[in-house]
Design a protein around this ligand. Structure first.
Ligand code: CUO
Length: 671
């Protein structure tokens, strides 16, 4: 195992090495890329994998790139063990795009059961230039050149990409956090499109995971007295937010594209990215057709059949949200009608990502919103996804409200809930913390000193949820516990109606437990959250074998472990003077929640609410986001329901609690 792990680390080390690494050759418009190989003829078994230029961006949002990834993954899938994978990989690593190479290797290690027990190193270390500014990397390079024999580590501190002159930049630390961007890269890796993967409820999790990221972004915005993010209004209006990432694409210093405030979107003609003509008017057609489907309650397939869109399908049927998610993202293999509903979400990423140079007039690179590893850095990402989410919400609002049977759990009463952090009840503290990553693994500076990038990030100390529950049933009862967090007040300082607060509820945890008859006291650690993953192992940790042999992790199939919201970002920042939040806890009947299945092997079960379980059904039968995914019932037991608190008051199995979140800045470790 240790040998396999070191073989894998070797494959991930210095992706830009090799004869052509970093060499850019610009196409002149006659083809989609420069083929690199012996005599200009790449080996046939690599298929489309060699159609991407080396030294450029690889993006899953671009169909031609997905096609190249499919070819390279098919090539790697022949490997039966790490030794064979190493030999296949070494045979082609100088012929294919570096980012495509790492993506495909990661994909195959995750997909093949016999390879899953090895861990892939974090993408932060494999491609530090996607996470650290050119200036930081340049400083490191200068240090190495100044003193090539130095052996003590070079530590470079991170800075955000903008100054606070623009209010949006108050959120830069969040958008540019290494953990959320790494999670997003992994999420799109484990929920790939057009890769012949059939993951359970993929369309629905596309909707839910991105909706939850928006809820978290909005909580963070309210923590800075900023309004909730507004959606992109249309494709003809200016892109209000500019973005200048300061990042580089490869080890030759090629810069990502940038975008001024108020840039207008244009039709895209980028042969260098394998893109055909992308016309804004085509995207507008897709928008209109998708909205037709939402409002008519059915989609139309290629044969003209009406496919009903409802979240109450007949038993065994797919929910409308799942069908809509697949049509919207879009996946040509799963969309109900790909030519008709198009590729709206991916193409919207692409059109925005090339808005600074839509026809390659300036030979500019794609901008960061065009790559899953960097897109969350761009403020406009959230406006784009708010626009996407509005379609899904429009659909959800047409579903019936949940009824008393679905919401209630007779015989079970939640008496009290609260949180305890370092002995302090119901006041959680957040602040700054730091983490170092090894940049020298992903870049090639020469020299013998380790180069460490030091990122400052939001964090909190672990805390526990305490739940006091009364089970008045005569027997044990299996229940699902759902915990949500939302701000108490809106931008104006007013309390919110159910419908206003509905989209701000962020899932904090969801777990199954057994209640004994009588009183039950549950303590649940924040570290066990259903949305988070623990910090990703670095090269150093993997080399030391610590992460792969320790305790309960031994034998786990790590493949998809990199997917998961970073643990350090579980809480919103809150305010220095303390900010009001509400916890909402709901218990539901596990008999109605559970999904019957036998899970084979020891899959990674981090962050199941965002990432599911590999090769298994999504563990939970209810619609994702339950109970806040639908409008509230107008009345319960004869009482009008207008707020989440009024809903909770009508059901014994729900309770709300006021808490505060206080930001203590640099005092976190000292407090
Ligand atoms: Cu994850 Cu648009 O889907 O970024």
């Amino acid at each position: 195992m240790a040998t396999e792990q070191s073989q894998v680390l070797e494959l991930f080390e210095k992706p830009f090495r090799g004869p052509s690494g970093g060499t850019i050759s610009f196409p002149t418009g006659e083809g989609i890329g420069t083929r690199i190989g012996t005599g200009g003829r790449p080996p046939a078994e690599l298929g489309y994998a060699t159609t991407l230029q080396r030294g450029r961006v690889f993006s899953v949002f671009i169909r031609a790139h997905r096609r190249a990834a499919r070819s390279l993954c098919d090539y790697f899938m022949r490997a039966r063990n790490i030794a064979e994978l190493t030999s296949l990989a070494n045979a082609c690593r100088n012929l294919v795009n570096e980012q495509l190479f790492i993506y495909s290797l990661s994909f195959v290690i995750i997909r093949k059961p016999e390879l899953r027990r090895v861990r892939i190193p974090t993408v932060v270390e494999t491609f530090p230039s996607k996470f650290a500014s050119q200036e930081m990397l340049q400083q490191a390079g200068n240090e190495v050149r100044r003193n090539p024999t130095r052996t003590e580590p070079i530590v470079i501190n991170q800075e955000c990409s903008g100054t606070l002159i623009k209010p949006e930049h108050r959120l830069s630390y969040w958008r540019e956090d290494y953990g959320i961007n790494s999670h997003h890269w992994h999420w799109h890796l484990v929920f790939p499109i057009e890769m012949d993967i059939r993951r359970d409820r993929k369309g629905e999790i596309f909707y839910y995971m991105h909706q939850q990221m928006l809820a978290r972004y909005d909580m963070e915005r309210l923590s800075h007295s900023l309004n909730r993010v507004l959606p992109m209004t249309g494709l003809r209006d200016p892109v209000v937010d500019g973005y200048f990432s300061k990042l580089t694409v490869n080890n030759s210093g090629r810069a990502w594209g940038t975008r001024q405030d108020d840039t207008r979107l244009k039709d895209v003609r980028r042969d260098d990215f394998g893109l055909g003509f992308i016309n804004i008017s085509d995207l507008e057609l897709y928008i209109s057709r998708l909205m037709d489907a939402v409002h008519q309650g059915f989609a139309q397939d290629r044969q003209g059949n009406r496919i009903p869109l409802t979240d109450d399908p007949p038993k065994g049927g797919r929910r409308g949200i799942d069908i809509l998610g697949d049509a919207f993202e879009a996946d040509a293999e799963l969309s109900v009608n790909y030519p008709f509903y198009g590729d709206l979400h991916n193409l919207a990423h692409v059109v925005i990502a090339f808005s600074h140079d839509p026809d390659f007039a300036h030979r500019e690179e794609v901008s960061t919103i065009g790559d899953a590893a960097t897109s969350m850095r761009d403020p406009f990402f959230y406006r784009l996804h708010k626009f996407v989410d509005e379609f899904f919400q429009e659909y959800k609002l047409q579903q019936r409200p949940y009824n008393n049977e679905e919401l209630g759990l007779p015989g079970v009463r939640v008496v009290r809930i609260g949180v305890l952090q370092d002995g302090v009840p119901n006041n959680l503290r957040t602040g700054w913390n730091q983490r170092e990553f090894e940049a020298g693994r992903g870049l090639d500076f020469g020299g013998s000193a380790p180069i460490r990038l030091r990122f400052t990030h939001l964090d909190h100390r672990p805390f526990d949820y305490h739940l006091q529950i009364m089970n008045t049933l005569p027997a044990e009862k299996d229940v699902t516990v759902r915990i949500f967090l939302a701000p108490t007040l809106d931008e104006r300082g007013n309390r919110m109606s159910f419908m206003d607060q509905r989209l701000l509820w962020a899932e904090m945890d969801k777990f199954v437990t057994k209640l004994t008859p009588g009183e039950n006291k549950l303590v649940r650690s924040s570290r066990d959250s259903s949305i988070t993953a623990p910090p990703e192992a670095t090269f150093r940790e993997l080399e030391a074998g610590r992460e792969i042999t320790s305790g309960t992790q031994a034998g786990v199939e790590f493949g998809q472990c990199g997917c998961g919201w970073p643990r350090h970002m579980l809480l919103p920042r809150g305010m220095p003077q303390g900010m009001d939040f509400q916890l909402f806890v709901m218990l539901t009947d596990q008999a109605l929640d559970k999904v019957d299945q036998v899970i084979r092997g020891r899959p990674c079960t981090n962050a199941v609410s965002y990432c599911g379980i590999l090769d298994s059904k999504f563990p939970g039968a209810r619609p994702m986001g339950f109970p806040f995914d639908r409008r509230n019932p107008a009345m319960v037991n004869g009482n009008v329901i207008q707020t989440a608190g009024e809903l909770a008051a009508q059901f014994d199995n729900m309770v709300m609690e006021d808490i505060k979140i206080t930001f203590v800045g640099n005092q976190l470790q000292r407090s």
